[in-house]
Design a protein. Sequence first.
Length: 119
Amino acid sequence: MTSEPKKALWEIEFYDLVAIERALKRVTPAQLAEVIYAMESEFALFGLEVFSLGIAKWLGDGLAEYRFRRSPDLLLRFFFCVRGGKIIVILSAYDKGRSNSKSRQQTEIVKAKKLMKKL
């Protein structure tokens, strides 16, 4: 009798967690812990299927966006890339609930792409 191989878990790394915490300064530590737990859980459960579920969205050039919403006021975006086989690198984040303009979003995308090139 052979057993089926276990599904490898995705690992989440932060490019600069301190910078992300600064960018999300209005988010409480409990809320930040909740979103990190949600990311870890959703990637562990679904892997890259998060894109087909609407949890994440490809933005081009290898950059993607993880979407977290828990209320009308808590709407966060985390920009990430996939490195190696099972590593998600969180590059940057912003609070879209506080600043939802298209120009702010484009600024954050450009910033994340620059960070991604440094990897």
